[in-house]
Write a protein that binds this ligand. Structure first.
Ligand SMILES: [Zn+2]
Ligand SMILES: [Zn+2]
Length: 305
């Protein structure tokens, strides 16, 4: 797995790539605008090019944009749906401008209209987006939900339903969040339960559909449906719960992005989480880039930002 994290863009897009590398990320996820706003200022072409160059220079293996939080592609309310679809298309264009591999998004919440109607609306939203952007390159990755409220795509079956309704294809995939999986009731902390998880991914989603992971421990219990991220090894999933996933050769070229809590110590928390995950790795080829590159000390006491 290419281990990485969600990096803020307050210091600029290109700096997110530099910061990611500096703290030991092989992959980074960013926002392409403020996630709490419907729209953002356009990304200047020069800033986009600078970001792409920084990603190349830092040899990041994978990149993703996470969409803004206001978008609901399943909304039963027409004006909200139209607004969401416009904002989503804007996110796709930003992601393509930045040349990232994936646009990770929350499929949506049905708000009372029911799962069936909601899933249909999500699929129609995706169809429209793909139609409006036929030459786009970025892969649209539906993120599994923890199951809070009326959020959709908590189960593999729901994810598969949307993907099938869109007709599959190379531009649609899935990002699996470990905290959301666990909160939705999927255990993967033992050989047996992890085996079942993989079987279900293969059987319902198909393995190639999973294009990214969010690596978050969970504050709340198995099946709690609460979306509360925790630092790696500090929550209910626990360190052992991540061992099989990060060592699984099925995901050797799949990015796993941390979205764990960072406090006043900033990215030091990510450094600890990355160290915890790498401590689980068996493979000698899976050394962190900070060591193999030899350009930076393996341990950095303080982090830029
Ligand atoms: Zn998300
Ligand atoms: Zn979450």
């Amino acid at each position: 797995m290419f281990l990485g994290a969600h990096i803020g863009i307050a210091d600029g897009l290109a700096n997110a790539a530099h910061t990611g590398h500096a703290i030991g990320c092989e992959a980074i996820q960013i926002f392409a605008k403020s996630p709490q706003m419907w729209a953002g200022p356009p990304i200047p072409a020069a800033a986009a090019e600078e970001f792409r160059a920084a990603v190349r220079a830092e040899r990041l293996r994978a990149t993703a944009v996470h969409h803004g939080y206001l978008v609901n592609l399943a909304s039963p309310k027409r004006p909200m749906l139209a607004r969401s679809r416009r904002a989503f298309l804007d996110e796709i264009r930003r992601a393509d401008l930045l040349g990232v591999d994936g646009l990770i998004f929350h499929p949506g919440a049905h708000l009372g209209s029911g799962p069936e109607a909601g899933l249909k609306t999500i699929a129609e939203s995706l169809r429209q987006a793909l139609e409006a952007d036929p030459d786009g390159k970025v892969r649209l990755l539906l993120e599994n939900a923890a199951g809070q409220g009326t959020a959709l795509c908590t189960t593999f079956e729901e994810l598969a339903t949307v993907i099938a309704a869109v007709g599959g294809g190379p531009r649609v995939g899935v990002a699996l969040d470990t905290c959301h999986l666990f909160a939705s009731g999927v255990d993967f902390r033992t050989d047996e339960s992890y085996g079942t998880l993989v079987d279900r991914i293969d059987g319902i989603l198909h393995r190639g559909t999973v294009r990214a992971f969010h690596l978050n421990d969970a504050k709340a219990d198995l099946g709690s449906h609460l979306d509360r991220h925790e630092n790696i090894g500090k929550g209910q999933i626990g360190l052992e719960g991540f061992r099989r996933l990060v060592n699984d050769s099925r995901w050797s070229e799949t990015p796993g992005y941390l979205e764990t809590p960072i406090d006043e110590r900033g990215y030091d928390r990510y450094v600890e989480d990355l160290r915890s995950l790498r401590g689980l790795l068996k493979s000698p080829t899976a050394e962190p880039p900070t060591r193999s590159a030899g350009r930076r000390p393996a341990r950095r006491a303080s982090i830029v930002k």
